[in-house]
Design a protein around this ligand. Sequence first.
Ligand SMILES: [Zn+2]
Ligand SMILES: [Zn+2]
Length: 243
Amino acid sequence: MKLTIVGHWGGFPKVNEASSGYIIEENGYHLLVDCGSGVLSLLQNFLSPEEIDAVILSHHHPDHMTDIGVLQHALLIGKHLGKSVSTLPIYAHSENHLFPTLTYKDLTTGMVFNPNECLQIGPFSILFLKTIHSVSCYAMRIEANGKSIVYTADSAYQDAFVSFSRNCDILLCESNFYDGMDATKAGHMTSTDAGKLASLAAVNTLILTHLPHFGDLNELKKEAEQRYSGKVLLAEKGLTIEI
Ligand SMILES: [Zn+2]
Ligand SMILES: [Zn+2]
């Protein structure tokens, strides 16, 4: 499995960057996890829009889904230009009024996932865990070929993350706040929460993502490292890891 970070900013994209968007690839199959503001622009450094095989959305906040509209336009224009465009499935929960917007002509189809069941998308098996956030949101455990990536999406810390993330190869954990701040109230986690989770779940690598627009991001890494002795990385545009 190969993970490519397209965008990793919480709330909105920093200049020339993107909010949440991650390409997970296995055997030439490209799954785009979240499609926030700025993602479609940066994604084209790695893939053309027509090469995305499926999209899955954690929740319907703009920093996780707002580029779906322009992705649909890209497919429409690509089709007019004679490119080979097949209908793109966009998986999401339906607990939101925006779900119908995921279906557009014959270019994209909104697909409801059942969070209580394992979902198969191409080579990936995906399990879900409801998060603690201001709107319905689901963390995902994505597995293929004996490897696993857990993406917390947006959430306050919860004990249920520990068993859900157990022994995963990569924990892609949100860290929208610094140590000592009240992240729970905002439905997010701190660097310290991320480090604690990585340690309790005995994960292989921790990547801090959904990063804040304030403070020194290196402090986030140091704070997480105080709770977790494994490898900690700060998400950054274009970071690629193969597991
Ligand atoms: Zn977010
Ligand atoms: Zn959110």
